[in-house]
Design a protein around this ligand. Structure first.
Ligand code: FAD
Length: 351
């Protein structure tokens, strides 16, 4: 059978696209590897815009993520901090934290429940969408950092605040997930290896030293995993009867928690462009999609790339500049609102 759209990759972005397309009547098939590897723990902060997209895909209900109502940003060994809350951005929550594996399982189960075929070999279709995650064909900029990821417990337990602390080695994020926190800690590769190899007590002590006690006392840490960080960009987003979305189009540093949010906006815009068209693989249709995504993707890549590098190093002048930057944002409500809404909606039209 020839489908309208074949989606390679049953990751969150591929599944979200399949659900959006099915709702608008396209015949869609999802292709996933016969043996997909189990996902390691990874806390994902979904923005309010991602919530709206998943609601429209009929996939939000039942996810039960942890809402973030405020974000606290600071730097180690320096003054200045910024606090942002949901009211700044005019939304019920700044974001929603969920474990990547739980999100993946829920979206795939929803696709299967809706009767979307999930196969293990590519199928004939008018359009093939690549959503297989990071591509080797993409250009690569190494950050000289690796992310250490773990679930940690604090006393008292986590509430609805997310914490981002910039350290001279790299950014350290604590995302509330139930009563625990998901930690994503960017560091030089040797330091990241060390942090993974330390006994639990040593890791908790290192965390307390870098982060301080503002989120409570660190009392337990789960399994730690580590992965290298790089910016990967595909030179083009469309080709002959093909389109690229999510990490297959761009893989970002996790510093601002933007990768999946941007990927879901890719999926949303592609579904909008394909709505009602006769031939989804037609060059004109695909060009419209590429044009629509250009600005949002470029702006998000630039902002993330800037944040990944801006807070590195510990020379006094940079610390001072960063301190003034954080303080200025903290006291200027319109700037906070602009920044928060950019992080939530990107530079795209709202769903
Ligand atoms: C530590 C860390 C923290 C992060 N935190 C956040 C965050 O807070 N917020 C946020 O928005 N983003 C975050 N991200 C980024 C986010 O995880 C990714 O952007 C997102 O997972 C991309 O989704 P995707 O579906 O495009 O790709 P993936 O999640 O990589 O899924 C692709 C799927 O395709 C499958 N596949 C691979 N090859 C094939 C093939 N040949 N055929 C078929 N299927 C194939 C894979 O097995 C996989 O299941 C984080 C990333 C990291 C590393």
């Amino acid at each position: 059978m020839r489908h309208d759209v074949s989606i390679l990759g049953a990751g969150p972005v591929g599944c979200a696209l399949a659900l959006l397309l099915q709702r608008q009547g396209s015949s869609t098939v999802v292709v996933r590897p016969r043996k997909d590897t189990a996902a390691a723990f990874r806390p994902i902060a979904l923005s309010h815009a991602s919530r709206l997209i998943l609601e429209r895909a009929g996939a939000w209900e039942g996810l039960a993520p942890t809402p973030i109502t405020s974000v606290h940003v600071s730097q180690q060994h320096g003054f200045g901090r910024t606090r942002m809350n949901a009211a700044d951005a005019g939304v019920p929550a700044l974001g929603y934290v969920i474990d990547y594996g739980a999100l993946l399982d829920a979206l795939l189960a929803r696709a299967i429940e809706r009767g979307i075929p999930v196969e293990d070999a590519p199928a004939q279709a008018q359009l093939t969408v690549h959503a297989e995650g990071t591509s080797d064909e993409a250009t690569r900029k190494d950050y000289g950092q690796a992310a250490v990821v773990a679930r940690v417990t604090t006393r008292p337990g986590a509430a609805a605040t997310a914490w981002e602390r910039f350290t001279p080695d790299g950014p350290l994020a604590l995302l509330p997930l139930g009563t625990h926190y998901g930690v994503v800690w960017g560091a030089r590769p040797e330091r990241a290896r060390e942090l993974c190899e330390l006994p639990e007590s040593g890791f908790l002590a290192a965390l307390a030293q870098a982060f301080g006690r503002r989120a409570g006392t660190f009392v337990a840490a789960g399994v730690r995993s580590r992965l290298p960080l790089a910016l990967r960009l595909r030179p083009g987003r469309v080709g002959e009867r093909t389109a690229f979305i999510g990490n297959a189009a761009q893989t970002l540093h996790p510093v601002a928690g933007q990768g999946l949010n941007l990927g879901l906006r890719d999926a949303w815009d592609l579904a909008q462009v394909l709505h009602g068209v006769e031939d989804p693989g037609e060059a004109r249709v695909l060009q419209r999609f590429a044009d629509l995504r250009r600005f949002d993707a470029a702006a998000t890549v630039r902002a993330t790339d800037f944040l990944a590098g801006a807070f590195l190093g510990s020379d006094p002048l940079s610390r001072l500049t960063r301190g003034f930057g954080l303080t200025a944002l903290d006291i200027c409500q319109p700037a906070r609102r602009f920044f928060a809404r950019r992080m939530i909606y990107g530079a795209s039209a709202l769903p």
